[in-house]
Design a binder for this molecule. Structure first.
Ligand SMILES: *Cc1c(COP(=O)(O)O)cnc(C)c1O
Length: 370
């Protein structure tokens, strides 16, 4: 059967041919064939949708970032390759965070950074561990790498179980603040974890700009990597820029793994200017924290259980019923939130903190629904 012409179709193209066959899948690595793949949150195209499902920032990005990118377009910069290391960005970020610029790794979104770290640390057949429930991409990264993923359940009050039961993982990831819960573990707990581990610890700080503290100081430990993104707090999800902070000796190794030009000239310029505009970050952050507080209070009044959030979303569950139907009814009313069902935890709605007008609409519809 494998040589059967009938199942193989060659399409001749000016300079190449493409092979189509349902039997091609036999050449794929077994772990790729076995995996389902990560499902990102929906990105509907239509107008008039209130989108509270992927934690995008409702406010516009820094004007200075937009101008820096416009400057790239006005000049000759897209004709040439970008700086592979992002030297100017690293210098600026190093300044802002008080770290060595050589300890900063640039990425095409922090998902790219997480991919680079997984490829650098995790061997074939290795073990990736994270507390659960958390960011589902971690398991997908392990599967792509041909590694096993194991979740360690958070304690009932959303802390890390200590002693940590899986100290031998090739890579341990902690989203802090966590998604979907919005909860956080203190730096002291992360530091104990890092010291118990016999492998690296990644602290994924995608949401940390909405929190009360961060863990950059822990990158002085040799096995700690902190990752950041401009997608959420800097309103630049469409730009695709993230970065990691770690010991310079580690970052030199990560650079070997990444695509040479993983960040383009536009995103590098935009990201640098966005980071340099801390006033803008402070202003949008203040608005989001105020809306988050109001949302939390009003959702509780409507009978939801809402964990105190340190992120730009809240995790809303109900003791009296599953929330699937509420999710669907909201969707019919053009309000999109993220529905999640975790084994052993029941289901819940992860609702991004939108603008005040968006949150008003959400609460108005929920009032009718519950
Ligand atoms: C959104 C998110 C990221 C990825 O952000 P990028 O858009 O790829 O920079 C990483 N980790 C967590 C926990 C997230 O929620």
């Amino acid at each position: 059967m494998s040589s059967s012409i009938s199942t193989i179709l060659f399409i001749l193209h000016p300079s190449s041919f493409i092979l189509f066959s349902d039997e091609m899948s036999q050449y794929l690595r077994p772990n790729i064939r076995a995996m389902t793949g990560y499902t990102p949150g929906e990105q509907p195209q239509g107008d008039g949708i209130i989108k509270l499902n992927t934690n995008e920032n409702p406010y516009p990005p820094s004007q200075r970032a937009l101008e820096a990118m416009a400057e790239i377009l006005r000049t000759d910069r897209l004709r040439k390759y970008p700086d592979p290391l992002g030297t100017a960005f690293r210098k600026s970020a190093g300044n802002l965070f008080g770290v060595d610029p050589d300890g900063i790794l640039i990425g095409n979104g922090s998902d790219d950074v997480l991919t680079i770290l997984t490829r650098a640390f995790v061997p074939d057949g290795g073990l990736v561990v994270s507390p659960t429930p958390s960011y589902l991409l971690y398991a997908t990264l392990a599967e792509i790498q041909g590694a096993r993923f194991e979740g360690v359940p958070y304690t009932r009050d959303w802390q890390l179980p200590m002693p940590w039961p899986k100290p031998n993982a090739n890579l341990t990831l902690v989203a802090n603040p966590n998604s979907p819960t919005g909860t956080m573990v203190a730096n002291a707990a992360l530091e104990s974890l890092a010291k118990e581990l016999r492998g690296p610890l990644i602290i994924d700080e995608a949401y940390v700009d909405f929190a009360d503290s961060h863990a950059i100081a822990l990158t002085r430990l040799p096995n700690v990597v902190v990752t950041r993104t401009l997608s959420k707090s800097y309103s630049l999800a469409g730009l695709r820029f993230g970065f990691a902070i770690a010991a310079p000796a580690l970052v030199r190794e990560f650079v070997k793994v990444k695509d040479s030009y993983n960040c383009d000239a536009l995103s590098l310029a935009g990201a640098q200017a966005a980071l340099e505009d801390q006033d803008h970050l402070r202003q949008t952050r203040a608005k989001i924290l105020a809306t988050r507080a109001r949302m939390t209070k009003d959702l509780r009044t409507l009978g939801f259980e809402v964990l105190p959030s340190q992120a730009n979303f809240v995790w809303a569950t109900r003791a009296d019923r599953p929330v699937k139907r509420i999710f669907e009814e909201l969707k019919q009313r053009k309000i999109l939130v993220r529905y999640m069902l975790y084994a052993g935890h029941g289901d819940g709605l992860r609702i991004s903190v939108g603008s005040d007008a968006e949150v008003d609409r959400l609460l108005e519809e929920l009032k009718k629904l519950v």
